[in-house]
Design a protein. Structure first.
Length: 160
């Protein structure tokens, strides 16, 4: 909604105010995700809490980029889900969206610097996923891309 308000702004001043609000809301959303991850990590219902040695700033940038991309590429009325847990004995972080998705043949290139799939109308420079991949690699983790039930994109990061 904030983006639509920015598009309709009559002046640069109004547009700047709307973009500032958009940045604040994205910051709040990122903070919420961090809080949820902290809560999930410390919940007592798990028999053995899973701790992942990590660089906090790097994970913050990675998560921010993944969530930002998912929000940008999901159409109005769509959904972005962020989850964390343990699967197959490994901690994971997952961002899934209901956007248009990416054909399987192009998914491998999404991590290339400056790569942007053809026909993409969303503005960007093609560095967000490259940066996220760098953080993943720096943590000795693995990243997987899949579809979200035939639509959307799911980015799963598995930690050792």
């Amino acid at each position: 909604m904030q983006l639509q308000l920015a598009e309709r702004a009559d002046s640069d001043g109004q547009r700047n105010v709307v973009f500032q609000r958009l940045h604040e809301r994205l910051d709040r959303s990122t903070h919420l995700v961090h809080q949820l991850l902290t809560l999930a990590r410390h919940e007592q219902h798990q028999a053995l809490p899973t701790l992942v040695p990590a660089h906090a700033d790097g994970l913050s940038v990675m998560l921010s980029n993944l969530v930002y991309n998912a929000v940008r590429y999901t159409q109005r009325g769509g959904q972005v889900d962020v989850s964390a847990g343990v699967e197959g004995g490994r901690a994971y972080l997952r961002v899934a969206d209901s956007g248009p998705g990416v054909p399987e043949a192009e998914r491998g290139r999404l991590f290339d610097r400056f790569y942007r799939p053809d026909g993409n109308a969303v503005w960007g420079c093609g560095l967000g996923l490259s940066i996220a991949r760098n953080v993943v690699d720096g943590h000795g983790a693995a990243v997987e891309l899949s579809s979200n039930g035939g639509a959307g994109l799911v980015v799963s990061v598995y930690f050792k």
